[in-house]
Design a protein around this ligand. Structure first.
Ligand code: C2O
Ligand code: CU
Length: 704
């Protein structure tokens, strides 16, 4: 409902612009109609066009009204900026132009061939007839620019002042022009309409001038968006304090955004003393791999495997992972997605380390203190490409308590790029896989969505489990309170997100399916055989907001928040690093103009995400878990819902809260990694923390 509605509020101004361009031109040309009959029919045409315009405006008002009923946040661009630009000239046209056009259109005449007399000419040249119509065309152009290109965010004072001034100045110029025309043409002996060639020339030169202005600003915007050779990730020019105090004296940000700081991310290592409890070596290497169907992929792997090796550690372990880059030319890193490690271990190229180039190694060390659950790791250098090609794997933190009775099955749902196109699979299985599980065994299916993209613009990958009731025991690595049995529900999962699904193995077939590719699937049965089940695709959608039972949380919606950030996710053509992307923006911008959210250690932070775009955005904050406080203004009535990768659909507003208890500079980006690579990325920076690492063309670091 939201989607078609926003589209409608964008398409109607475009329609209005087309209609009014024609109406504005035609009213200006009325004077050149030689006979009363022709003048009359021209005026009727103009009236017809104006009626279409009126209908478009009424429809726009209605659509905006409905949009408003979703939330004011979705309607305010239209109500505050676009509509006044249209409604003011529309009112003038209705009051001044329409009655005059009407007099011409229904004028009494003996013979349509009668030449237009002085009275008719005076009418046709009247600025009150011509100018409001042309002003409405200008208003429609500015309204169209507002909804399609500018897509402004509050506060609106600047853009309203600019666009309103433009409209007023343009109307005044049109008025003077029309006055002059009237003076000249009323005096003219014979009225000859300029020849077609001259008229064409006029139209073409106006269009050429517009194209020149447009082209120049296009080139300028493209150039100035080029990322420099070297750039600190902290040089966002858009610092957002979230209503909190500015950084303390001696730690002030300078204009480039660099903090005069006391600690470097490189020193935020946490306590890593002692011998590691678990050590791993992950070697990044190119490796051709075949999917279970036989389809070949040119994969980039860890240890020659897809997905990479499963890292299983126990809560409390000191973990040491050595990354070796064998032959990935652009370099690699490892980021521990969802695990709140100390900042120095976060594995973001250009922010917490340099990319590890072929022949180099890098060692990560962190203690997994209190986050038992399902995580994953992936390269955070050129992540949109490297994750797509396979540089990822599962990371499981087992609880201290013994769970060895449980059958743990990790499923990494990934879409592979094969010669015949993208193929959604479970791991590298793009055909049905069977596995034997003894009846009665407690099963924990750890489902990870490692895709770069949603399946459609607004649908994330969606799974079903058939054959047994089950529970969603955990979301994003955090156990839920009081999960209840589910049956035949569809499980949409954010790109980057995780669900832990638990059930007791029955004495018959259980099947996990991906609604995006029903030929893949995981079939569990007592003896490892059995026929595929037919998958019902019409179950209700799983909704975390109403699932499970409430439990105490360290803070809630009514807590006092030290910082509050509002982040509007939207579309709008923007240049990022010299390239034009039609889509995603945060607060109207792409990196490095996206906001840098500044917090102080210990702050309780609220973030409000408003998605008024056309796409889902699974927003992922590094280093912290956030508690979902509300969705679309409604409180969360089920289990506390902690998340690190939150799917936000068009038309949704989410409030989340977290405690700023992990100092550093953290990425906060869309985990639709192709969006991140188009600039949909920002940072959460603790005051007093700085980074020595750089991004940019000559830095060798390119996190997205
Ligand atoms: Cu899994 Cu910055 O991402
Ligand atoms: Cu996105």
């Amino acid at each position: 409902m939201f989607e078609p509605l926003t589209n409608l509020t964008e398409v109607l101004p475009a329609l209005l612009l087309l209609v009014m361009a024609s109406a504005g031109y035609r009213t200006g040309q009325l004077i050149f109609r030689p006979t009363w009959g022709k003048l009359r029919s021209s005026a009727r045409w103009c009236l017809a066009l104006l009626s279409v315009a009126a209908l478009a405006i009424i429809a726009e008002l209605a659509a905006v009204g409905v949009l408003w009923s979703f939330a004011w946040a979705f309607a305010q661009n239209r109500v505050i900026v676009a509509l006044p630009l249209i409604l003011a000239p529309a009112a003038a046209a209705a009051v001044l132009a329409v009655p005059r056009l009407w007099r011409i259109a229904w004028a009494k005449m003996a013979d349509p061939k009668t030449p237009v007399d002085a009275e008719g000419r005076a009418l046709a040249l009247d600025p009150r007839l011509v100018v409001p119509v042309q002003a409405l065309a200008v208003g429609a152009l500015l309204g169209f620019y507002t909804v399609f290109i500018a897509r402004p965010i509050p506060p609106y004072t600047g853009i309203v002042a600019t666009l309103d001034t433009l409209l007023i100045v343009a109307s005044a110029l049109l008025w003077f022009r029309q006055q002059r025309r009237r003076r000249v043409l009323l005096r003219a002996e014979t009225l000859r309409r300029p020849s077609l060639g001259v008229r064409m020339l006029k139209v073409v030169s106006v269009l050429a001038a517009l194209a020149l202005i447009g082209g120049a600003s296009f080139v300028y915007a493209a150039r100035s968006s080029r990322l420099p050779d070297r750039l600190s990730m902290m040089s966002h020019d858009n610092i957002d304090l979230g209503g909190g105090p500015a950084p303390m004296p001696g730690m002030a940000m300078d204009h480039a955004g660099a903090a005069h700081a006391t600690i470097s991310v490189a020193d935020l290592t946490g306590d890593t003393a002692g011998a590691p409890d678990a050590t791993f070596t992950l070697t990044a290497e190119q490796q051709p791999i075949r999917l279970s169907s036989g389809a070949a992929i040119d994969a980039w792997t860890f240890n020659g495997q897809l997905p990479g090796p499963e890292l299983r550690v126990r809560q409390g372990d000191l973990v040491e992972v050595t990354l070796v880059n064998k032959d990935i030319a652009e370099g690699v890193t490892i980021h521990w997605h969802g695990l709140d490690v100390p900042n120095a271990e976060d594995g973001v190229a250009g922010l917490t380390q340099n990319a590890v180039h072929p022949g180099q190694t890098y060692t990560y060390r962190f203690r997994v203190v209190n986050q038992p659950g399902s995580y994953w790791y992936h390269s955070h250098q050129l992540s949109s490409e490297q994750v797509k090609r396979g540089l990822f794997g599962p990371l499981l933190i087992l609880p201290k308590t013994d769970t060895s009775q449980t059958q743990d099955i990790t499923v990494m749902a990934h879409t592979w790029q094969t010669p015949s196109g993208p193929v959604p699979a479970f791991g590298i299985a793009d055909t049905l896989q069977r596995q034997a599980v003894a009846p009665g065994t407690p099963v924990r299916l750890r489902l990870v969505n490692t895709d770069n993209n949603t399946v459609t613009d607004t649908e994330p990958r969606t799974f079903t489990l058939s054959g047994t009731p089950f529970q969603v025991a955990a979301i994003d690595g955090t156990d839920l309170s009081g999960p209840t049995n589910l049956d035949n529900v569809r499980l949409p999962l954010a790109a980057g997100g995780r669900y832990d699904i638990t059930f007791a193995m029955p004495d018959h077939v259980v099947q996990l399916s991906d609604l995006g590719n029903l030929t893949a699937g995981l079939l569990l049965s007592p003896d490892g055989s059995g026929a595929a089940v037919s998958v019902p695709a019409d179950g209700p959608l799983f909704d975390p907001a109403v699932y499970g039972t409430p439990a105490p949380t360290p803070f809630d919606r009514s807590s006092h928040f030290d910082r509050e950030f509002t982040l509007i996710l939207d579309d709008g053509p923007r240049f990022y690093d010299g390239q034009l992307f039609p889509r995603p923006t945060i607060n109207g911008q792409v990196f490095p103009h996206t906001p840098m959210l500044v917090v102080r250690r210990g702050d309780l932070v609220k973030m409000t995400f408003i998605n008024r775009s056309h796409n889902d955005h699974p927003m992922h904050l590094h280093g912290h878990h956030a508690l979902v406080l509300s969705r679309n203004g409604q409180p969360i009535v089920g289990s506390p819902w902690w998340t690190d990768t939150l799917e936000i659909k068009p038309g949704e507003i989410f409030e989340v809260g977290f405690r700023a208890d992990n100092p550093g500079i953290w990425m906060d980006h869309c985990h639709n990694l192709d969006h991140a690579a188009a600039g949909m990325t920002m940072h959460l920076a603790y005051e007093g923390v700085t980074t020595p690492y750089l991004v940019g063309h000559a830095s060798g670091n390119q996190p997205e």
